[in-house]
Design a binder for this molecule. Structure first.
Ligand code: GDP
Ligand code: MG
Length: 604
C-alpha cells in the first residue's frame, strides 16, 4: 500500500469517554476482529487494564479499509488515557500525523481532554473532533460541540456525532481520518532504512520485542540491523503488523508501523526513542524522545523478608515491560531489605504495585510517596561530598545539612481542573491550601469553569485528586503537566523515640507544614506502638527544635501473672512464646517495636 494511502493516528480522550470502545468498533468495521470479540476492549491487554478500565501501555493495531474503491492502511496507535502517562501519550503521538479527539456527549470537555488537546496541538497534528455516546438519554452533543469550539477552535459542522457502543456513525470517523489527516509524506521508501522504536514489550521466549515506525527504507527478515544508541547489531528473524495480534509480513515499508523479532535480550538494548538502521549504512539518527523521569518515589518491601528473592525477580520481570520505573536497592533497619522505586506518578505507582501482587503473587508494603527535590549548595566546589552545585534529594536520608544549602527547589505542575460553577470557590480554596497559585479561570460554558493553577507536585501526590473529587461530589476532573522547579522552603522532620532519632520515620516537608505534620505523625505512632515496660516519648523535631510530642504509657506485662506456682511446663511454654514475640520486634532506642507498627505508619 503506497504512502498516500497510509494514515497513522491516535485516539485521545478523557478517561471513560469511550476510547477503547471506539477502537474496538474500528477493528470490527475493518474486519480486523469479528463482532463477537467486541466489547472486550481488545486493545487493553493487561489484566490490570481490563480490571481498572484504564489503558496503561500504548497498544497498536493496523487496519485495512476500503474507501472510494481504494484500500487504505490505517495504523491506530492507542494511547494511555491518564495524567501519569502523558509521557507515553506524547511518544505515541510522535509516530502519528493526526489524532481523533473524543468527547463524551454527556460529560463534555474534561481536564484530560484539554491536556491531550494541547499535546496534539503543539505537535502540529491534524485533529478529527468526535462527540461520543449520542445514544445516552441525557446526551447533549450540541453543548459538547460548543465547548470544543470555544476551547479548541474547531469547526462545529465538522464534528462527528457517534455512538461507539452501538456503532452509530462510526464510519464517519474513518472517512474523516482518511480525508483530514495527512499521509506520512516525510517518509521515503528509496532511502536507507531508518526505524524509530516507539514502544517495546518483553516476551518470555522472544525477548524484547520493539515496536517501530519505519520512517525511511524497508525492513525484512534476514536484515542485520544496528542500534544507533548501543552500536549492537542483530539479525531480524521476523517482522509483522499488529492486528492486534502479531501477524508476520514479508516486509515493513516506510510509513508503516509494526513489530520485529531479533533476539534482543533486554529492554536496555533497544530503548524507546532509538533509531535502527541496516548494518554497513550510515544514517543520521531520528530525533528521539525525552526520557521519562520518575517524579514519585516510594519504598517497596516484601511483607516477609524470606520473600526478598521472589520480589526481586518479580520487580526485574515487570521493569522489563515498563522501563519508566527506576529501581534502587534500599534497606531499612525497620523494614529490612527492599527497593526504592521511582514512578511517573501516583496512578503509575498503584498500577505497578497492583501488578506486582497480581501477576507474581507477592504481597508488598509500599511506603508513603515522595517527590524529587533539589538543593543548591554554597561553595559546593569546596565540599568534596557534592560534585555539582545542585543535588537531587530523593528521600530524607539524602537531605543535606541546611547550613550548606543556599536554596531548596521543588517540582511544580500546571494543573487543569474543570468543575461545575457551583464548586468554583471550594476548588480555589483547595488549590490555595495546597500552596497553589491560580493562573487562569475560564468559563467553558454557562455551567462549567476551567481553572489552571501551578501547584507543588508534593501536594498533588498526597490525595489531591481524592479531595477534589469529594469536594465537588465527583464532578471535577483534573490533569497536570510538568512545570519545572521553583524555589521553596524545606525541612527535614525527624521523629525521635525516647530522644533517639529514627531515620526511617523522618520526612521531608514544606517548612510551613512541619508542625501540623509532626503532630499527626506523633499521634499515629502513639496509637500503634504497643505499651512497653517503660514509657515512650514520641517527638517530632526540625533542626533540634521539638515541634510535637505524644507519649505511650508504661505497662508491666507479666506473662506469668496467671500461673499460680505449680505447672512448670506451662510456665516454660509462655516464656518461650514471649521470647518468640520479642524476636519479631525491632529494637530501636531500647524500645521493642513490631514490624507492623512501621508498616502501619509508613504505608500510605
Ligand atoms: P476509555 O476509558 O476512554 O477507554 O472508555 P471505554 O471505552 O472503556 O468506555 C467507558 C464506558 O463508556 C464503558 O462502560 C463503555 O461501555 C461506555 N461507552 C463507550 N462508548 C459508549 C457509547 O457510545 N454509548 C454509551 N451509552 N456508552 C458508551
Ligand atoms: Mg480504555
Amino acid at each position: 500500500i503506497p504512502l498516500e494511502r497510509t494514515r497513522n493516528f491516535s485516539i485521545i480522550a478523557h478517561i471513560d469517554h469511550g476510547k477503547s470502545t471506539l477502537a474496538d468498533r474500528l477493528l470490527e468495521i475493518t474486519g480486523t476482529i469479528s463482532p463477537g470479540e467486541g466489547n472486550k476492549q481488545v486493545l487493553d491487554r493487561l489484566q490490570v487494564e481490563q480490571e481498572r478500565g484504564i489503558t496503561v501501555k500504548a497498544q497498536t493495531a493496523s487496519l485495512f479499509y476500503t474507501h472510494n474503491g481504494e484500500e487504505y492502511l490505517l495504523n491506530l496507535i492507542d494511547t494511555p488515557g491518564h495524567v501519569d502517562f502523558s509521557y507515553e501519550v506524547s511518544r505515541s503521538l510522535q509516530a502519528c500525523q493526526g489524532v481523533v479527539l473524543l468527547v463524551d456527549a454527556n460529560k463534555g470537555v474534561q481536564a484530560q481532554t484539554v491536556a491531550n488537546f494541547f499535546l496534539a496541538f503543539t505537535s502540529d497534528l491534524a485533529i478529527v473532533s468526535v462527540v461520543n455516546k449520542i445514544d445516552l438519554k441525557n446526551a447533549d452533543p450540541d453543548r459538547a460541540i460548543a465547548q470544543m469550539q470555544r476551547l479548541f477552535d474547531c469547526d462545529p459542522d465538522k464534528v462527528c456525532r457517534i455512538s461507539a457502543k452501538l456503532g452509530t456513525n462510526v464510519q464517519s470517523v474513518l472517512t474523516a481520518v482518511i480525508e483530514d489527516i495527512p499521509p506520512p509524506s516525510q517518509c521515503r521508501r528509496d532511502e536507507p532504512l531508518r526505524a524509530l522504536i516507539f514502544d517495546s514489550w518483553f516476551d518470555r521466549y522472544k525477548g524484547c520485542v520493539p515496536l517501530v515506525a519505519v520512517v525511511d527504507g524497508q525492513l525484512a527478515a534476514g536484515d542485520v540491523i544496528v542500534s544507533s544508541q548501543s552500536g549492537q547489531s542483530y539479525e531480524v528473524r521476523e517482522v509483522g503488523l499488529l492486528r492486534p495480534q502479531e501477524t508476520p509480513a514479508t516486509q515493513l515499508c516506510a510509513g508503516q508501523v509494526g513489530y520485529l523479532h531479533a533476539n534482543i535480550r533486554t529492554a536496555t538494548e533497544a530503548q524507546v526513542g532509538d533509531t535502527l538502521y541496516l548494518k554497513g549504512q550510515s544514517v543520521t539518527p531520528l530525533a528521539g524522545f525525552r526520557r521519562a523521569k520518575p517524579m514519585v518515589y516510594a519504598g517497596v518491601y516484601p511483607m516477609d523478608q524470606s520473600q526478598v528473592p521472589n520480589l526481586r525477580s518479580a520487580i526485574e520481570r515487570l521493569t522489563l515491560n515498563d522501563s519508566s520505573v527506576s529501581v534502587q536497592v534500599e534497606s531499612s533497619a525497620a523494614l529490612g531489605q527492599g527497593w526504592r522505586l521511582g514512578f511517573l506518578g501516583l496512578l503509575h505507582m498503584d498500577v505497578f504495585t497492583q501488578r506486582l501482587q497480581q501477576e507474581y503473587d507477592s504481597e508488598v508494603v509500599v511506603t508513603s510517596p515522595s517527590v524529587p527535590y533539589k538543593a543548591k549548595i554554597f561553595g559546593a566546589k569546596n565540599i568534596k561530598k557534592y560534585r555539582g552545585d545542585e543535588i537531587e534529594i530523593n528521600g530524607p536520608a539524602q537531605f543535606p545539612d541546611v547550613m550548606i544549602v543556599s536554596e531548596f527547589m521543588e517540582p511544580m505542575v500546571m494543573g487543569t481542573i474543570i468543575t461545575p460553577d457551583a464548586y468554583f470557590g471550594a476548588v480555589q480554596a483547595l488549590v490555595m491550601e495546597r500552596r497553589g497559585h491560580q493562573s487562569e479561570a475560564t468559563n467553558i460554558d454557562n455551567e462549567r469553569i476551567m481553572v489552571r493553577a501551578t501547584m507543588p507536585l508534593s501536594e498533588v501526590v498526597v490525595d489531591f485528586y481524592d479531595e477534589l473529587k469529594s469536594l465537588t461530589s465527583g464532578y471535577a476532573s483534573f490533569d497536570y503537566e510538568d512545570a519545572g522547579y521553583e524555589t521553596t522552603n524545606l525541612s527535614k522532620l525527624v521523629i525521635l523515640l525516647n530522644g533517639e532519632p529514627v531515620e526511617e520515620l523522618s520526612l521531608i516537608v514544606h517548612t510551613s507544614r512541619a508542625r501540623s505534620i509532626g503532630r499527626a505523625v506523633c499521634a499515629r505512632l502513639a496509637e500503634s506502638i504497643p505499651r512497653q515496660m517503660f514509657s515512650v516519648a514520641i517527638q517530632a523535631a526540625v533542626g533540634g527544635k521539638i515541634l510535637a510530642r505524644a507519649d505511650v504509657k508504661a505497662l508491666k506485662k507479666d506473662v506469668l501473672a496467671k500461673c499460680y506456682g505449680g505447672d512448670i511446663s506451662r510456665k516454660m511454654k509462655l516464656l518461650k512464646r514471649q521470647a518468640e514475640g520479642k524476636r519479631r520486634m525491632k529494637r530501636i532506642a531500647n524500645i521493642d517495636i513490631p514490624r507492623e507498627t512501621f508498616v502501619k505508619v509508613l504505608k500510605r
